[in-house]
Structure formats: C-alpha cells, structure tokens
Design a protein around this ligand. Structure first.
Ligand code: SF4
Ligand code: SF4
Length: 499
C-alpha cells in the first residue's frame, strides 16, 4: 500500500503536463507538525510506503525531517523529484534521514527536448548531475518518464539511459489529461500506440535486468498475462484500493488524475477518510461498467478509474474508455446481445439448463450467454431477469391502492407504507390521487388487515383499495432495429473505436 503526498506546490520547473499546476507554493500548505500527524495517520491506516512528491519536494526545507519521521514510524519513505536539486550534500542528507529511493523524471535523453518540455534551459544537465550524485552517493534511484507523441518512439532509448546510469528501474507514466496538462497538452498518444508501447515495454522487461513498470496504464497487467511475462505486481490500477494521494493543503484524492476530493486531513483523520469514504468503498467493490465489468483480466487490471471518470461525467466505475482490447471485445458483444435479448423475449425453455438450449440455438457457448447477461446487467441495459410467479395460484392475494396525500405529509406516509413487507411498488403520479402502491399478503384476510392498518396509521381520508377483477398481461417486445439502436448509441469507448 502506498500513499503519495504532494508536500508542496512549489516547483523550479514549468512542465506543461503537471497535474498540480505547480509553480508557487500554495497558501497554507501542511506545516511540519501537521505533516508529522499525517504520517502517523498514514501508518495507522496500514500503508507501507510514502512517496514525498510535489511540485518539487526538495524545495521543502523540512523534507529531511518529514522523511526521518516516516522512517521512524516504520514507513518506507521514497521521493518523486525532478532531480535538479539533488546536490551531493542533499543526497547525503536524504540518505541520513532514511530515504529508501528516489524517482527522477527524465522525458528525453536529448537535452534540448527535455529542457523544452520542462520549460527551463539547463534542466536536463541539472537532472543528469542529480542522477550522478545519487549513484555516487549510494542512494537507489529509478527513472520516471511520461509518454507523449513527441517522445513515444524514444522510450527504449531512455530505458538504455536508465540502465547505463545504474537506475534500479524505469517507470513509464501514461499521461491522463488533468490539471495544467488538460489545458496545455493538445496531443496524447492513441489507444493503439498505448497498446503497442505496453507490448514493447513488457517484451523489454523480459530481456533487461532493471524493472520496467508502466504506470497509469493498468492494461499492462493484461498484456503481461497475454504475453506470459511474469511480474511482481498484483494489480494495474491501485486507486482507492491500496493507493491515494494527499495534496499540499491536506486534501485527499483517490488518484492524482481524478478531480474528486474525498476529504481533508485538516478536517478528519486520514485513517478515517481511508477506511470509510464512500468513494473509496465503491472503488473497492471492483464492480465496473463497460467491458471491464466482464473482462477476464478485471481483477488484475481494474481499468483506469480516472479515465472512466473523465469520459463519463464522473462515473469512475465505468469501463476504461482507452482500453483497446476492452473496446474491441465490447463491440463484438453487441450483435450477440441483440440476438440473445430477441431470443429471451420468446421465453425460457422449461428444462434444468435453459441457457444451454438457447446457446445451442444461437450457436454460442452457455458461458458466453452468462457473460453477455452479466455485461447487460452491469451496464444497466437489463435490470432483472427472472421468473414471475402467479401469486394467486400460490394462494396469495393482492391489491392496488390509490391515495391522495398532501405534499407536506408525503414523507411521513411513504415511510409508513414502505415499512410493510408486502408492499411491492410505491410510486408518485401526477394525478388527483398522487400515491399508488401494491400490497400482497398470504391470504385475503391478511391482505384486508394490512390495508386497513395502513389506512388507519396514515389517517388518509381519500384512500382506495382496488383489487383486480381480471388479469391482462401485455407482452412488450423490442424489435431487432430497436435493440440495435440501443447499442449503436453506446459510447463507452472513444469515438474512433466505436465508429
Ligand atoms: S485511476 Fe488511472 S491514473 Fe489513477 S491510479 Fe488508477 S490507473 Fe493511475
Ligand atoms: S477491459 Fe478493463 S479490465 Fe479488461 S483489460 Fe481493459 S481496462 Fe483492463
């Protein structure tokens, strides 16, 4: 479990992709004392690793004190830095304080391109010197690179650089447009490029002794499985499950790229936010939408929740819209789903394995039927699939009630009615009689008793029980064209993929 703490918003570089929009120190950043308290809470919440990041964490004058406190609490303190301020002296101080490792950002091995992107001339040279200082000072380090179209083809060259400089790893970050990055970065890599770079990186991992870790492209776990390349990671996306981020002023987010504040450590202890916040609890259910809902890799991948959040008006549990595999697989499901729904509308064969019969009829496997039904349900395309019992033949009695309820009494009345187990529907209508509900009971006598009790407890004057005289069933069936148009309207994947 790891937590990332953006210790400051201050930064000496001007990178356009920065999710923090860093530059100047933010007003009222967490003080040293607040930082100590936060670290204690982080430990209490069960985290093992704390990443001190920024802005540029080396600009915090109390950085070594904070690292020392984390270390004394039994946490593993590491640093995310641009490396430009890692002088020999600073490296020694960090080591003495207990820093276990540092991650240093390098986006190109061409100094001009790196400087251009980082917005400051001389940044590359300062970072290179920082790397040398870490190596010479014995502070373990890894290289961090964020991928864009302009450096997409050069990633392996940066891996070689990491190898030559003695880095323990090369972590490749897949950009999610948020913060300043959303305003400044016009072009991001395509889904196809993302997929092919992940294949490249995982294949490279097989051959090289340093750790190559794609970050914020959780599909790398799927691809590693598909290519049968083992790795030490348990999961692609950790947001809310074993990872979250804390901003310089103490605001907590499930991930840096999800603009969804879930609390402030100034208002509530961090351990409480972590264990109880509904957003985090929901993320932990792993009940996803889109193709992620049925994907066989969902337990190890999980899809990027921030990309789902950004593409579906805040539904962070939706399918990952940038997963090439998921989008292609989902598109393949559409015709199967149409045929299945058409067939189900005709009724189920009354046998012990009805879906096996339907599978044979449709020329697909029974498993494929179950998967399609799970996908339809997870994505709200069907609500329920099940038997309807004729309650009368089971000896039950039922009635429909209509009542006129003054607006100011609605809440009270609804609470009374809904508390009865036999009430199966209760809904408002725009009508003189504005509340309608059905009641079912195990006998006519019991039914009359319940209805009389409801009337007496609600004290409604205009109240009618309307038992059915005759029963009519209306068969509502959708045509192939209607069902097809539902799927054509789905846009869980990016436009280019669904066209
Ligand atoms: S939600 Fe996306 S960006 Fe955030 S941690 Fe997960 S994979 Fe990374
Ligand atoms: S469909 Fe979802 S769970 Fe499956 S690989 Fe793609 S992002 Fe991961």
């Amino acid at each position: 479990m790891l937590v990332s703490w953006n210790t400051t918003n201050a930064c000496n570089l001007k990178c356009p992709h920065c999710y923090r929009d860093a530059g100047r120190e933010a007003p009222q950043e967490l003080s040293t004392t607040e930082g100590y308290r936060l670290l204690e809470e982080v430990k209490k919440a069960g985290f093992k690793i704390v990443v001190f990041s920024g802005g540029e964490p080396a600009l915090r004058s109390d950085l070594c004190d904070l690292i020392a406190r984390a270390k004394s609490l039994g946490l593993r303190p590491v640093l995310g830095t641009n490396g430009t301020l890692l002088t020999q002296e600073k490296v020694q101080q960090l080591k003495e304080a207990g820093a276990a490792a540092v991650g240093i950002s390098v986006d190109s091995i061409d100094p001009k391109m790196h400087d251009h992107f980082r917005g400051v001339t001389g940044a590359w040279e300062a970072t290179r010197q920082g790397i040398i200082n870490c190596w010479e000072g014995g502070l373990p380090f890894q290289i961090h690179t964020t991928v864009f179209p302009w450096n997409y083809s050069d990633i392996e060259k940066i891996t070689d650089f990491a190898l030559q400089t003695g880095a323990r790893g090369h972590h490749v970050f897949f950009f999610v447009p948020t913060g300043r990055g959303k305003k400044n970065i016009e072009e991001t890599i395509t889904e196809e490029q993302m997929e092919s770079l992940l294949v490249r990186l995982i294949s490279l991992q097989e051959r090289l002794p340093l750790e190559i870790k794609p970050t914020c492209a959780p599909q790398f776990m799927r691809i590693a499985r598909q290519l049968k390349v083992p790795n030490r990671f348990s999961r692609g996306c950790l947001a809310g499950i074993s990872y979250c981020i804390i901003g310089p002023q103490g605001d907590v987010y499930p991930c840096p790229y999800m603009d969804l504040k879930i609390g402030s450590v100034r208002e509530k202890p961090f351990s409480e936010i972590w264990s109880k916040h509904p957003v985090l609890l929901k993320l932990r259910t792993q009940k996803y939408g889109g193709y992620c809902s049925v994907c066989k890799f969902r337990a190890v991948c999980g899809g990027c929740r921030a990309r789902a959040f950004a593409s579906s008006q805040g539904n962070f549990m939706d399918g990952d819209p940038n997963c090439l595999y998921g989008c292609e697989e989902e598109k393949k499901m559409y015709p199967v789903a149409v045929e299945l729904l058409l067939r189900l509308q005709e009724g189920l064969p009354v046998v012990s394995k009805p879906y096996a019969i339907i599978a044979e009829e449709l020329g697909i496997s029974e498993q494929e039927i179950f998967k399609t039904l799970r996908w339809l349900k997870s994505n709200g395309l069907i609500r329920r699939l099940g038997g309807i019992f004729d309650s009368r033949r089971l000896g039950y009695a039922s009635t429909l009630c209509a009542a006129r309820v003054p607006q100011e009494q609605l809440q009270r009345v609804v609470e009374i009615i809904n508390a009865y187990k036999g009430v199966t529907h209760n809904y408002l209508r725009e009508h003189h009689y504005n509340l309608w509900f059905t009641v079912t009971a195990s006998s006519q006598r019991e039914l009359e008793k319940v209805v009389a009790e409801i009337q007496q407890r609600t004290a409604l004057k205009e109240f009618y029980s309307l038992p059915s005289q005759d029963l009519f069933k209306i068969a509502v069936k959708f045509s192939r064209e209607e069902l097809t148009s539902v799927f054509q309207k789905r846009r869980s994947c990016t436009e280019s993929l669904t066209e």
